[in-house]
Each structure stands twice: as structure tokens, then as C-alpha cells.
Design a protein around this ligand. Structure first.
Ligand SMILES: Nc1ncnc2c1ncn2[C@@H]1O[C@H](COP(=O)(O)OP(=O)(O)OP(=O)(O)O)[C@@H](O)[C@H]1O
Ligand SMILES: [Mg+2]
Length: 225
């Protein structure tokens, strides 16, 4: 197994001190080269699972193992690079004060790769990010452009596991199909495992080979949605 979360529980407290049981018993496992769908209605706990599995949020209870070893949040540096998330709201991935080019350069620097403008343009071409976008600030780009740029940026880090949190929510049907196609190609090239979070049943069925349904913080593996 690439990554496995078992018995996750998470309760949030809102600003009035009211407790919200977001996860009551969540179990999700993803193998290498696998795309696993996580389907459920709004507020059912999907993003909470995603944030826990990428190591951004510690669960109250439960365990995570990554490549056969138990891991604790916060993850170590190596695992932090290998496990990435494409956020539901792509604005959060970008510093509003940096041009897109400056943000896109960051992962190359982290990986010790020469981040030339040409290289960045070449790598971003398949995501529909071109020279005209590079000098703009995040506020001057559409949600779909930011989402595609965020994906391009994550892939530079050569992740082994990616949580895709509603990755196509900002895209029209044609760009949706294109992004799904690119995600498939990347999986073929790299063997990355995906957790594909969505409330789009048809897309989830088409893209994933196994499915979990979540209701009120409890997951269940199902053979079809
Ligand atoms: N930081 C937070 N503080 C308090 N409550 C929260 C917080 N984040 C999420 N919640 C609550 O926890 C529950 C699960 O939220 P979560 O974001 O995981 O749902 P989701 O399935 O991703 O929903 P959506 O499909 O709308 O994105 C919801 O009731 C939500 O209101
Ligand atoms: Mg969500």
C-alpha cells in the first residue's frame, strides 16, 4: 500500500465553541499507480480526510501509514515533498504578491533544477499556461488557470501521492476532460497514486478504479457509486 489512513476521527470547534464532528470513522487506502475516488455530499468530511492524509491537519484519533511505515503529522521533509495536494480553492496555493512566474519557479529551486523561463513555459504548455500568463498576479488569473498552474507546479516535485480535492470544479467540461487526460498520462509516466475527491459522480466513476463513499464522517468502500 502507498498510503493508508485508518480509523480517522476529527472534531472541529467553530468560533462559538460548538463542536463539529467532521470525521467519525474514516478509512482510506491508496496503492501506487491507483486512482481512488472519494465521493460524498458537501460537508461530509472529504477535504478533512485530504488535509489529514497530506499531513496538514493532525487527526484526533487514527493512524496513517506511508509505504508501510507509520507516520506522524507533521511529516518529515522528504515525505512532505512526496505527498502533495491540489486544493479545492486554488487561490490558497499562490502568494498573491508574487507573479505566476515567481510562484512557478519555487518548486524547481526546491528540487535544484535550473528554473529558466523556457523550461517553465515548456513544462506548463500542456496545462494551457503560456507566456501571456507568467507576469500576472494570482488575482489577475481565472480559477481554472490557477488550478492548472497549481497542478503543473506540484508535478515538478515528482510526488508519489496526490490528493486532488475537486480538481476540476473550476473548469468547464472541455478543460475538465483535458485535465483528467493529463492526470492519467502523468500516472502512466510516474506511477503516482491519486485520491480523487469529488461530488461529481460521473467523473468519479470514469476516473477512479476504486471508490469510497463518505456520509457524515464515515467512509465505506463501495463497488460502484
Ligand atoms: N476549520 C473548520 N472549523 C470548523 N468546522 C469546519 C472546519 N473545516 C470544516 N469544518 C466542518 O467540518 C465538516 C466537514 O468539512 P469538509 O470541508 O471536510 O467537507 P467536504 O466534504 O470537503 O465538503 P465540500 O464538498 O463542501 O467541500 C463540515 O461540517 C464543515 O463545516
Ligand atoms: Mg471540500
Amino acid at each position: 500500500m502507498l498510503i493508508e489512513a485508518k480509523g480517522l476521527k476529527k472534531t472541529y470547534k467553530n468560533n462559538k465553541g460548538v463542536r463539529i464532528e467532521a470525521l467519525r470513522n474514516a478509512n482510506v487506502a491508496v496503492r501506487e499507480n491507483e486512482c481512488v475516488g472519494l465521493f460524498g455530499s458537501s460537508g461530509s468530511g472529504k477535504s478533512t480526510i485530504g488535509q489529514i492524509m497530506v499531513g496538514l491537519l493532525p487527526p484526533d484519533e487514527g493512524s496513517i501509514s506511508y509505504r508501510g511505515k507509520s507516520v506522524k503529522i507533521p511529516y518529515g521533509k522528504g515525505i512532505r515533498r512526496e505527498i502533495q495536494m491540489l486544493y479545492q480553492h486554488p487561490e490558497v496555493s499562490f502568494n498573491p504578491k508574487l507573479t505566476l512566474l515567481r510562484s512557478l519557479i519555487e518548486p524547481y529551486q526546491l528540487m535544484g533544477i535550473d528554473p529558466s523561463r523556457e523550461r517553465i513555459l515548456e513544462d506548463n504548455y500542456r496545462f494551457g499556461i503560456y507566456a501571456e500568463h507568467l507576469e500576472r498576479y494570482p488575482g489577475e488569473l481565472s480559477g481554472g488557470e490557477l488550478q492548472r498552474a497549481a497542478l503543473a507546479r506540484i508535478l515538478v516535485l515528482k510526488p508519489r501521492f496526490i490528493v486532488l480535492d475537486e480538481p476540476t470544479s473550476m473548469l468547464d467540461a472541455i478543460s475538465q476532460a483535458q485535465v483528467v487526460q493529463i492526470l492519467r498520462e502523468i500516472q502512466k509516466e510516474t506511477g503516482v497514486g491519486y485520491l480523487f475527491i469529488t461530488h461529481n459522480k460521473a467523473l468519479c466513476q470514469a476516473f477512479s478504479s476504486r471508490f469510497y463513499r463518505i456520509r457524515e464522517g464515515i467512509t465505506e468502500e463501495v463497488s460502484s457509486l
